[in-house]
Design a protein around this ligand. Structure first.
Ligand SMILES: *Cc1c(COP(=O)(O)O)cnc(C)c1O
Length: 427
């Protein structure tokens, strides 16, 4: 068998012409002369998301307070409507999802729910590569219970600084561990963990397990319910394009509805009785119980249009194109950039990588700056990673070709040398 791809620009254009989901690109706001490779940090705005947002703004104008009950999708139940649209993307039942708050707060909420330390099991197992906010939240949950994180937080280390070894994680699931919390896809290297295996192994040992799916939701299909994952959280402003700071998602497996939320508020009340305003809390009998306060309507509304588009495109089709885009990008990097000292930091196997390529270089900060000047939006992650996310809804094969070509030009002409070897405050 010959190589799967060719190096020419024409080949990229031909792949776009044959791409069955290429048409979705026209529904996004893309800037001319700019290639957006940062959809895993902040997804772009679609016309569909804009439309559902404008509808809610209009409802506010026309209906005022009555929007809670009389809007096209009554605001009070908006999260439940979104849950129906979200469920197929992650393999959940719709009653297992609540769209609410931020990921960090939702980490607090799931730990508050599932971590019930006793004399035997009183430790939480995490890893050293997850995005640090999750760890901050978990440590604060330990401190709230009077437990010392140095003793009660067990941290799996990475051997190569990029990836985690599932067998190593499993070997740390000892009988003092109450709960495991891991990323589905690592934010830096893009490694996709074997969630099904880890869930099975945790449960064999009577340990709860949950995942942070910030870098996988909307990029990688999951089967959260089928695998029996106990809980999960994720942001909707990355691959799912809800918009900056829009509310996050919390997943609670049906088998745990009876636990009730660890962090409570009136919006988690049994829906029919919420407005009885009784002093005794009675949580909804599904994931709705994990809602705490009033829905963030204006920042949540874009998700309706966005999720409908995901369902129209199909998460399996999106994953297929995403894998092809990153595979093609790696092919171009291997063949066009091999002489400049780059390393591909993400796993190469399809079942072990998420939606982005982690391009490593000792001058990554400066190359990243040069890329920005050439109209590419990448993102830099400490200490040496340029993350490139070719998001399948709006990035083309030609975009990928152009990005690699620009990197080659930067290296050939040493265009990065004029920048300082220092990153900005926001990376
Ligand atoms: C992006 C991201 C977050 C962000 O959390 P916020 O509360 O939305 O700021 C948390 N965890 C992971 C793993 C992330 O990738």
């Amino acid at each position: 068998m010959g190589p799967k791809y060719e190096l020419s620009e024409d080949f990229a254009i031909k792949m776009d012409a044959e791409d069955p989901i290429a048409k979705f690109r026209d529904r996004f706001y893309l800037n001319e002369n700019e290639i957006y490779m940062d959809g895993n940090s902040l997804g772009l705005m679609s016309k569909d998301a804009e439309k559902s947002l404008l509808r809610v703004i209009d409802e506010w104008k026309r209906l005022g307070i009555n929007g809670w009950s009389k809007a096209e999708v009554p605001w009070i139940f908006f999260s439940r409507e979104l849950a129906k649209l979200m469920a197929p993307l992650v393999g959940a039942h719709e009653d297992e999802l609540t769209i609410h708050s931020s990921t960090t707060v939702n980490v607090h909420s799931v730990i508050a729910t599932f971590f019930k330390p006793d004399s035997k099991r009183n430790k939480i197992l995490v890893d050293e590569l997850n995005f640090p906010t999750d760890r901050y939240a978990i440590e604060s949950q330990l401190l709230l219970r009077g437990l010392n994180p140095k003793e009660h937080l067990v941290v799996v280390e990475s051997k190569d600084g990029r990836t985690l070894d599932e067998n190593e994680i499993i070997s740390r699931m000892t009988d003092d561990i109450a709960l495991v919390f891991l990323p589905a896809v690592l934010y830096r290297s893009g490694q996709l963990l074997d969630m099904e295996l880890l869930t099975r192994e945790a449960h064999k040992r009577d340990i709860y397990i949950g995942f942070d799916c910030c870098h996988s939701a909307g990029a990688v299909p999951h089967k959260l319910s089928e695998w029996g994952v106990d809980f999960a959280v994720w942001c909707n402003y990355k691959y799912l394009n809800v918009g900056p700071g829009g509310p996050a998602t919390i997943y609670i497996n049906r088998k745990h509805f009876d636990k009730g939320p660890g962090m409570t508020g009136w919006m988690g009340y049994v829906p029919e009785k919420m407005f009885d305003l009784l002093n005794e809390f009675e949580p909804a009998k599904d994931a709705g119980g994990w809602q705490i306060g009033t829905p963030h309507m204006l920042s949540m509304a874009p998700l309706e249009g966005s999720l409908k588009m995901f369902n129209e495109a199909g998460i399996e089709n999106l994953r297929e194109k995403s894998l092809k885009l990153t595979d093609y990008m790696m092919f171009l990097i291997d063949n066009k950039l091999y002489q400049y000292g780059f390393t591909i930091g993400n796993p190469r196997e399809n079942n072990r990588r998420g939606g982005h390529v982690a391009l490593e270089h000792e001058d990554a900060v400066r190359i990243n700056e040069a890329l920005k000047e050439m109209g590419v939006i990448p993102d830099f992650r400490q200490p040496n990673v340029i993350r490139l996310a070719p998001v399948p809804l709006y990035i083309s094969y030609h975009d990928v070709w152009l990005v690699v070509d620009k990197i080659k030009e930067i290296m050939d002409k040493r265009l990065y040398e004029k920048y300082e070897n220092k990153r900005g405050i926001i990376a």
